[in-house]
Write a protein that binds this ligand. Structure first.
Ligand SMILES: [Fe+2]
Ligand SMILES: [Fe+2]
Length: 167
């Protein structure tokens, strides 16, 4: 399978979801400085790549990764930590309204915020989406910073690494 075939396969898996009218509303929801649609697409793409390389259930993983933050109406919570904890269940309930989810897919969506949420993932595919989501969020937040802030953050990180190395 060459790169072109891989991308075609990925596009085939995500098509029924990204063609869904409700899901497309995520294009206008801001998330980490981009849209929640673009964030979900990034998490789905890297989860697809990793789960395929590891010969896991990559179709289910890709679909669930795409749906991991699928909700348009915000979670009403008193503080942002509670929102971080509650939104995976909110996403599972919402995604179940539009798509038939397997147990593995429900677990992927429900546990994508572990350890902020307390129940650990049951499947290796859930761990993959959890970790890919974390790296995507860090990357997106970093690139959403203004140039000066990015430079300052990079400087602080380099300084921190050097302090640790000197100890
Ligand atoms: Fe999330
Ligand atoms: Fe996310």
């Amino acid at each position: 399978m060459n790169n072109n075939d891989i991308d075609k396969e990925f596009e085939g898996i995500i098509k029924p979801i990204i063609d869904n009218k409700e899901f497309r509303k995520l294009k206008s929801v801001a998330h980490h400085g981009i849209s929640r649609f673009d964030h979900s697409l990034r998490v789905a793409y890297f989860s697809y790549k990793i789960s395929k390389i590891l010969h896991l259930n990559y179709k289910e993983t890709t679909e669930a990764a795409l749906l991991h933050d699928f909700f348009v109406d915000e979670v009403e919570e008193e503080n942002s930590l509670m929102k971080l904890r509650r939104h995976p269940n909110h996403a599972v309930n919402n995604a179940s309204k539009y798509f038939d989810l397997t147990d593995r897919q429900k677990d992927i969506i429900k546990t994508h915020m572990f350890p902020i949420t307390f129940t650990p993932p049951k499947y290796i595919e859930s761990w993959i989406v959890d970790i890919v989501d974390d790296f995507s969020a860090i990357y997106e937040k970093y690139y959403s910073l203004k140039k000066e802030m990015r430079a300052a953050t990079s400087f602080m990180l380099i300084l921190l690494v050097n302090i640790i190395r000197m100890r």
